[in-house]
Ligand binder design. Structure first.
Ligand code: GLU
Length: 427
């Protein structure tokens, strides 16, 4: 599991952070407290008990949640994470961020998120299957192609999505491909989904570097987290000509000022379980040190609350591109904004995954028509449009010494949700 040492000593509640962000956006847009209240409260939060028959014959109970934050723009959409530390408030915060992410990307979706408190690395494959089926079965009445559409998140993958799809279809009788996205290609998934979040992060970094540094080529990048998001972000940035100088995973990191070979690093991780065993790096670094390197672009792509007031002053990157959800606290962002660091926020930078999920869902509903090239082109177009939309709002409407790009992204996203709620008589 991730170990971020000192950064995690005082617990920061992600839901409180999410509400602070919402509150300042509501104020920025000149909206009333009623709007804040309506948006701060999730529409529904479901907690389920999941008893799982373990391989040794015993029964172990797990707890899971699904938070359905807002459906003004469409069915709830968002991933499900398996993590030993997941809490209900974290899931609620993540569901609120999904509402803004889908809105900013112009998707016809609301926001949702799920979580199961489990360390999946300690389960056998069959136990994981029983847990996944049990979780989905317990929630089945609240999910649906036009109601709530889960997807992968931290430590869940296409195989887990396949079990979800199968379980839901079994319960309801029929084949409901559109009830979950991020599926394997054999059962309605798109090849591009697996790399789409990472590609979107790389595109955001490239667009930000174009505006601020004259381009991404030759620029140095540090990436914290080498899961699905971090790996593909590194791979695409390397292809774009950036120099990936540092990479870390839950066990630690590696640094080489002349650049790491991303393909070699991933094969070492696949073979030995961690990037730390890559022997062509100049030195090993910790997960705290990677955040404080003197690089052009820093990409936190692991978990929440790693950039806090405790380390914000030590950050030397010019641009932060948030691959993870919620990696920067509100107070840290205030300090970074004052220092002139530009942040491409999570709801913008990591939207590639849900954008591709939407393409997959549409494709499922029209019976499979979209080609991989079309899917990838649409993703690139949407990421660039969202980036420019956010950037233009920020440049033309906000005081850049006080507000970062997040304020612009939130303003655009919240405004769209508020308009939909007003039209529907919910506000
Ligand atoms: N879990 C991803 C996210 O945080 C993807 C969600 C989706 O595809 O629905 O954006």
């Amino acid at each position: 599991m991730y170990n971020f040492g000192d950064c995690m000593t005082s617990y920061i509640d992600p839901y409180e952070e999410a509400k602070k962000q919402l509150r300042s956006t509501v104020e920025l847009l000149g909206l009333g407290y009623d709007v804040y209240e309506a948006l701060a409260t999730p529409e529904r939060v479901i907690q389920v008990k999941i008893p799982v028959r373990m391989d040794d014959g015993s029964v172990k109970v797990f707890i899971g949640w699904r938070s359905q934050h807002n459906s003004a723009l469409g069915p709830y959409k968002g991933g499900i994470r398996y993590h030993p530390d997941v809490t209900m408030n974290e899931v609620i915060a993540l569901s609120m961020w999904m509402t803004w992410k889908c809105s900013l990307a112009g998707l016809p979706y609301g926001g949702g998120k799920g979580g199961v408190r489990v360390d999946p690395k300690r389960l056998s494959i069959r136990e994981l299957e029983r847990l996944s089926r049990g979780y989905f079965a317990a929630l089945a009445e609240y999910l649906g192609v036009d109601l709530d559409i889960p997807a992968p998140d931290v430590y869940t993958n296409p195989q887990v999505m396949a079990w979800y799809f199968d379980e839901f279809s079994r319960i309801k009788g029929g084949l409901y491909y559109g009830v979950v996205t991020g599926k394997p290609v054999e059962i309605g998934g798109l090849e591009a989904r697996i790399y789409s979040t990472g590609l979107g992060v790389a595109i955001s970094a490239r667009e930000a570097a174009k505006k601020l540094l004259g381009g991404i080529e030759g620029r140095t990048v540090a990436i914290q987290g080498f899961g699905n998001v971090g790996y593909y972000a590194a791979k695409f940035l390397e292809e774009m000509g950036a120099i990936v100088v540092a990479i870390s995973d839950s066990r630690g990191g590696i640094f080489n000022p002349r650049g790491l070979n991303v393909g070699e690093v991933i094969s070492v991780k696949e073979k030995t379980g961690t990037v730390v065993n890559y022997d062509k790096a100049e030195k090993k670094i910790t997960n705290e040190e990677i955040l404080e390197l003197k690089v052009d672009v820093l990409i936190p792509a692991a978990i929440e609350n790693v950039i806090t007031e405790a380390n914000a002053r030590n950050i030397k990157a010019k641009i932060i591109v948030e691959g993870a959800n919620g990696p920067t606290t509100v107070e840290a962002e205030r300090m970074l904004t004052e220092a002139g660091v530009i942040i491409a926020p999570d709801i913008l930078a990591n939207a590639g995954g849900v954008i591709m999920s939407h393409i997959e869902w549409v494709n499922n509903r029209i019976g499979g028509w979209i080609t991989e090239e079309e899917a990838r082109r649409k993703l690139e177009e949407k990421m660039i449009a969202s980036f420019n939309n956010t950037w233009n709002f920020w440049e033309s409407k906000l005081d850049k010494t006080r507000h970062n790009l997040r304020a612009a992204a939130y303003a655009v996203a919240v405004d769209r949700v508020v308009k939909a709620m007003k039209l529907r008589g919910q506000l």
